[in-house]
Design a protein. Structure first.
Length: 374
């Protein structure tokens, strides 16, 4: 029978993700709209976003954080085009965004001595193949595959090259070992449910040293430039953005960071994401027709959770449409480049009670999708 109870919030998109519980637009009334982002007030708001990010994520004091254009994609492109080149590069990918970074490095930057290690959706390449005399590029969590790096034990402390990590669907939900990473990028729109278009760039002292000692042989557009006359453009990491940011989106991010702190910070956010994943795990254990795309629990994401189901591709489409039509789960189909299946965001802004109310609908939709079209 069709279930009766529905999730209070049916937003399960993997980006932009669900807003925090209790979110209201009126919470953003302090946004300095109509003011310059370079005014003392505007700059202070942007600087607070940087400081609160460092506090919640427990980023080391000697790492620098900047707000940059074009979301996580912009931050990652900026890092690759500014830093890569003086060493060989090892790229690891197991989903669509990691593949994009490999394509840029091989086909656009054309860096000599590039090695690419890849695996199919649901699997993780052998990370032990990395040669840390080279720069190493990878995603921490495959947003489109639901497969994460389990830890940073494979990264040595005495590495010669830099580690560049796209961690956009990992930070605020997973234990990211900052000292193992020289460049970390993410956006506001993932675990904290912020708005799109703004990226965050985190650099270690080693990454800063590379920036100031190496000049790429290719031209850099303005929005990629992190140095001026060989010196670090420090203002970028103190609230002066390269281009005009949205002060409304920044206020939204500040609201999300304040909510995170009110819960107890990073540990509380991680606990919420892990608790949400456990609800799905219990369901999968008792329903043989649905399977995690990640082949082992160790590499299973606790944010972007991907599933395969025992249905044909057309039946999967019907399944997703049924959930949307009933208003119980929006935007939960697999990413366009991924195998046919389901993808549910279960980061910290999602309530476990909403996932629990969703599960009977998955059973119902599975049965409905198998019925012959009338």
């Amino acid at each position: 029978m069709k279930p009766s109870a529905k999730p209070s919030i049916a937003n399960f998109s993997s980006g932009p993700c669900a807003k925090r519980p209790g979110y209201k637009l009126e919470n953003l009334k302090s946004a300095p709209l109509g003011r310059s982002h370079r005014s003392s007030l505007g700059k202070a708001k942007l600087q607070k976003a940087i400081e609160d990010t460092k506090k919640v994520l427990k980023i080391p004091a000697d790492y620098i954080v900047g707000i940059v254009p074009a979301s996580d994609t912009g931050a990652m492109e900026m890092a690759m085009w500014s830093l890569l080149g003086p060493r060989g590069v090892d790229v690891f990918y197991w989903e669509s965004f990691g593949k994009e970074w490999a394509t840029d490095i091989e086909k656009q930057l054309k860096i000599p001595n590039t090695r690419v290690f890849k695996s199919d959706y649901g699997k993780l390449p052998d990370l032990k193949q990395a040669d840390f005399k080279n720069d190493v590029v990878f995603v921490w969590n495959g947003t489109t595959s639901g497969v994460k790096v389990p830890n940073g034990d494979w990264i040595p402390d005495d590495r010669g090259g830099l580690t560049l990590c796209d961690a956009t669907s990992a930070v605020f939900a997973m234990d990211v070992p900052w000292k193992k990473l020289d460049v970390v990028t993410f956006s506001w729109q993932k675990v904290l449910g912020g708005e799109a278009a703004h990226g965050m760039l985190v650099l270690s002292p080693r990454a800063v040293e590379r920036l100031t000692s190496y000049s790429p042989p290719w031209p850099l557009p303005k929005i990629f430039r992190l140095t001026k006359k060989g010196e670090l453009a420090k203002d970028i990491f103190a609230g002066s953005t390269i281009n005009t940011p949205s002060m409304l989106a920044n206020e939204d991010y500040l609201d999300a960071l304040a909510w995170a702190e009110s819960l107890g910070g990073l540990s509380a956010l991680m606990e919420r994401s892990n608790a949400n994943l456990k609800v799905f795990e219990k369901f999968v254990e008792s329903h043989p027709w649905i399977h995690f795309l990640a082949e082992t629990k160790e590499i299973r994401s606790n944010t972007s959770v991907c599933f395969s189901v025992d249905l044909s591709p057309d039946q999967v489409k019907a399944f997703v449409k049924l959930l949307d039509k009933e208003g119980v789960a929006f935007d939960c189909g697999a990413y366009r480049d991924a195998p046919p299946g389901l993808r549910f965001w279960c980061g910290a802004t999602v309530e476990a009670s909403d996932i629990e109310k969703l599960l009977p609908w998955l059973e119902w939709a599975y049965e409905e999708a198998q019925k012959p079209a009338s």
